[in-house]
Design a binder for this molecule. Structure first.
Ligand code: NCD
Length: 310
């Protein structure tokens, strides 16, 4: 039996290095099934509930597609309109009920800690698909898969994270994982959007050196991976504060003149103006590939949790 069977995925910190490597290898084997060239019924009869209290395109659709490719089914909601949440139902009550309709629950919620709270009210595995500015562990698994697949290794890579490091949940989870896996980290953000102190402390405790910078130009030359993020407008308490930092960074062809030949540019998407469309045509751009990697990675994870995977 896999060590993943029935397990919650709430924070990337709950996964060891061995766990992460297991998922990445299982994901690689899922590629032909994800592409539709090999059939699988490994999750036949299983039902996944997807409860999205916040907008989502890739995360929800790739979970749904992953389940369908493995012969399972999905139910859930996308936005709370039309659900009892509008009548004031608590998260705890919704979870208690959805438990009897499904075998596992994927939850995206605006409040940090929501997935952990949900997990206390159900025996079913809960997968955190983003809790406010907290964590987004399954995004991190597909981000790690992308680095591993594109660069051949994760350890020793110079990874530069740029943009909204304060509110961006993808970079919070990714930083923990990259520290665990021995990548060299550089953080680039406006002064008001720096990586939270406790995460930087954690990186330090792992004995890893890291750099911080405010200007992208300073760090382009030695980056192997550039992970660009959107400024998370919806998390700003004050719209004026957002206006001050909106558009702080823009990766365009000019800035790429200093880039290493093998640099890969990643983004969890959606992107706004932080990556110029002209960059899409360059060999550096892997963000759409990254988004498509969501499928084999989420398939592997669901198979490990719900099926007999590995
Ligand atoms: C991210 C998110 O929701 O945190 N999107 C995603 O899941 N790929 C990033 C974002 O919204 O900026």
């Amino acid at each position: 039996m896999s060590s993943f069977q029935g397990r919650d995925i709430l924070s990337i910190r709950d996964l060891s290095r061995a766990d992460i490597e297991l998922v990445l290898k299982a994901a690689k084997k899922m590629v032909p099934v994800a592409a539709g060239s090999r059939r699988s019924k490994s999750l036949e009869g299983k039902i996944l509930a997807t409860l999205f209290y916040e907008p989502s395109t890739r995360t929800r659709l790739s979970f749904e597609s992953a389940m369908a490719r493995l012969g399972g089914r999905v139910l859930g909601f996308s936005g709370t309109e039309g659900t009892s949440v509008q009548k004031g139902e608590t998260l705890a009550d919704t979870i208690r009920m959805v438990e009897s309709y499904s075998d596992a629950i994927v939850l995206r919620h605006p409040q940090e800690g929501a997935a952990r709270l949900a997990a206390e009210f159900t025996e079913r595995p809960v997968i955190n698909a983003g809790d406010g500015a907290g964590q987004h562990p399954t995004q991190t698994l597909l981000d790690l898969y992308t680095i591993w697949d594109e660069k051949g290794s994760i350890e020793g890579q110079n990874v530069t994270l740029v943009g909204d490091l304060r509110y961006g949940r993808t970079v919070h989870s990714l930083t923990y994982a990259l520290a665990e896996l021995g990548a060299h980290l550089t953080f680039v953000s406006p002064p008001t959007l720096e990586m939270p102190r406790e995460i930087l402390e954690h990186v330090k405790e792992r004995g890893l050196a890291f750099r911080t910078a405010h200007r992208l130009e300073e760090v382009m030359r030695d980056s192997d991976v550039l992970y660009v993020t959107r400024i998370q407008k919806e998390r700003f308490p004050d719209p004026q504060e957002y206006e001050e930092v909106a558009g702080s960074y823009r990766v365009d062809e000019a800035i790429l003149r200093d880039a290493k030949r093998g640099l890969i540019i990643m983004h969890p998407l959606p992107r706004l103006s932080e990556i110029a469309p002209e960059v899409d045509r360059t060999k550096h751009a892997v963000y759409f590939k990254q988004a498509s990697n969501a499928l084999p990675v989420r398939m592997a994870l669901l198979d490990l949790i719900l099926g007999g995977g590995e």
